[in-house]
Ligand binder design. Structure first.
Ligand code: URP
Ligand code: ZN
Ligand code: ZN
Length: 462
């Protein structure tokens, strides 16, 4: 592998913003400076463009077996779509099957990803059955498999949900071994009760998905998990927070000096619950859990980003084609939960965030890359542009406009929830570990280019 010089771009990190040349040798950045006097095997002129650290999406579900079907993107198609949009690294969830070991889930996820992913990847480990056997697996998950983040589902009873005792004891175990707990916070019993009542009343359309999962279902569970994390001293991260009520629980926790890490997803910032009330089966496209919320919640999330209450904007990328969504044609509770987003997150966050004046450039980088890298132990290898870091660099043209469409996207799914949206700014070139992976829409790397990223035990001072 040779060297690459990117000239005249504007380097943007979570803290800085300056014009410089970036010299890459092999897979890493080796020099940054004004008008560097070096010879490179290849030069790129990035005049007028931003150089952003490669996007990190810390919440994806490639090929997830779920609700009687599978998420439609493989590690190959999903990570390649990410590279097109500006995301170079994902953290996917290896999800334990109840009754089986955690180790078997990790092996299963490696089989899906190793030799197939085009972008770099790491795993979180979702524990769906915490008992005396799985308890013994925790140290090896962290120290041998390089997975420091665990996940619990407080909803999806009978498939993924664990009870409060399991959550509490897993947190205690993670404190001992250096793990961070992440949680899908919805009160699964409340949700199931609401679903049953709606179905008994003959309410079968997609809109009853959101009507069965009000914000309090999420906020109550978030508050409960935050309290248990505080009691046990366990580092804690809420995945896909959607609403003002959840952020209120986070704010309360900060008053007692607890640090709560919070992720939201791009769809919760940009789409609202009116989508469920569209004609016909359209609402199925955004049946996901937790559901889309109200405009006031979007405002609370944007404010939460600027108040440093939110640390990462992910996607929860979990696509299903419309024939899969049709499994719930006559029963909203059978619509596979999840939606696509990996390809659009980075550009939409720039367009709706930076270009529309809701967030600054440094905040954009923090939300799309640095925040997740720091929390999950990838920083400074990933998440910044610095000497010694992996040369994961997005050459981003803020002047180019484009329109989102399922006809042109690269995700393996036959709709796009943002169909027709005009986007300001575009990923021109994606560089992953010093290699030009995508250039002007053309993929230059393929299946198996992605590397698995082992991560060290959780470090609260990162
Ligand atoms: O609806 C969703 N979010 N599907 C994926 C699984 C999860 O809850 O994250
Ligand atoms: Zn979830
Ligand atoms: Zn998810």
């Amino acid at each position: 592998m040779g060297s690459l010089l990117i000239r005249n771009g504007t380097v943007v990190t979570a803290t800085d913003h300056y014009q410089a040349d970036v010299f890459i040798e092999g897979e890493t950045v080796s020099m940054i400076g004004a008008q560097l006097d070096v010879n490179a095997d290849r030069e790129i002129d990035a005049d007028g463009c931003y150089l952003f650290p490669g996007g990190i999406d810390a919440h994806t579900h490639m090929e997830l077996p779920f609700m009687g079907t599978h998420a439609s993107d493989t590690f190959e198609t999903g990570t390649l779509a990410g590279l097109h949009g500006g995301t170079t690294t994902i953290i996917d969830f290896a999800i334990q099957t109840q009754g089986k070991s955690i180790q078997s889930a990790i092996e299963e996820w490696h089989k899906k990803a190793d030799g197939h992913a085009v972008g770099d990847y790491a795993f979180h480990c979702a524990v769906t059955d915490f008992n005396n056997d799985t308890r013994k697996e925790v140290p090896a998950v962290i120290n041998e498999h390089g997975i420091n983040s665990f996940k619990i589902f407080m909803a999806y009873k009978g498939a993924l949900m664990i009870d409060d005792r399991q959550m509490y004891e897993l947190m205690q175990e993670l404190v001992v071994h250096g793990g961070i707990m992440t949680a899908h916070t919805e009160n699964g019993d409340m949700v199931d009760s609401n679903i049953q009542k709606n179905l008994e009343a003959g309410n079968t359309e997609p809109r009853y998905h959101v009507l069965s999962r009000p914000a309090i279902c999420e906020a109550e569970a978030a508050g409960r998990a935050i309290d248990l994390a505080n009691e046990t001293g366990c580092p804690f991260y809420i995945v896909h927070a959607t609403c003002e009520e959840t952020l209120a629980r986070v704010k309360t926790a900060t008053l007692r000096n607890q640090k709560v890490h919070v992720e939201t997803c791009i769809q919760y910032l940009l789409l609202d619950d009116s989508y469920y009330f569209k004609d016909g089966f359209e609402g199925a496209k955004v049946v996901m859990s937790p559901p889309l919320r109200k405009k006031k919640d979007q405002q609370a999330l944007w404010a939460g980003i600027n108040q440093n209450l939110i640390h990462h904007v992910a996607t929860d990328h979990c696509p299903f084609c419309m024939d899969q969504k049709a499994m719930g044609k006559d029963n909203f509770s059978k619509i596979p939960n999840g939606a696509p987003g990996i390809e659009n997150r980075f550009e939409l966050l720039y367009s709706e965030g930076v270009a529309k004046g809701r967030i600054g450039l440094n905040k954009f980088v923090e939300m799309s890359s640095t925040g997740a890298a720091k929390i999950f132990g990838l920083f400074p290898r990933k998440g910044t542009i610095a000497v010694g870091s992996d040369a994961d660099i997005i050459i981003f043209d803020p002047k180019t406009q484009h329109t989102i469409s399922a006809d042109t996207h690269h995700m393996n799914v036959d709709y796009n929830a943002y169909e027709g949206w005009e986007v300001q700014g575009k990923t021109r070139t994606t560089i992953l570990r010093g290699t030009i992976a995508v250039d002007n829409g053309e993929a230059l790397v393929g299946e198996g280019f992605g590397k698995y990223l082992k991560r060290p035990p959780f470090n609260s001072l990162a």
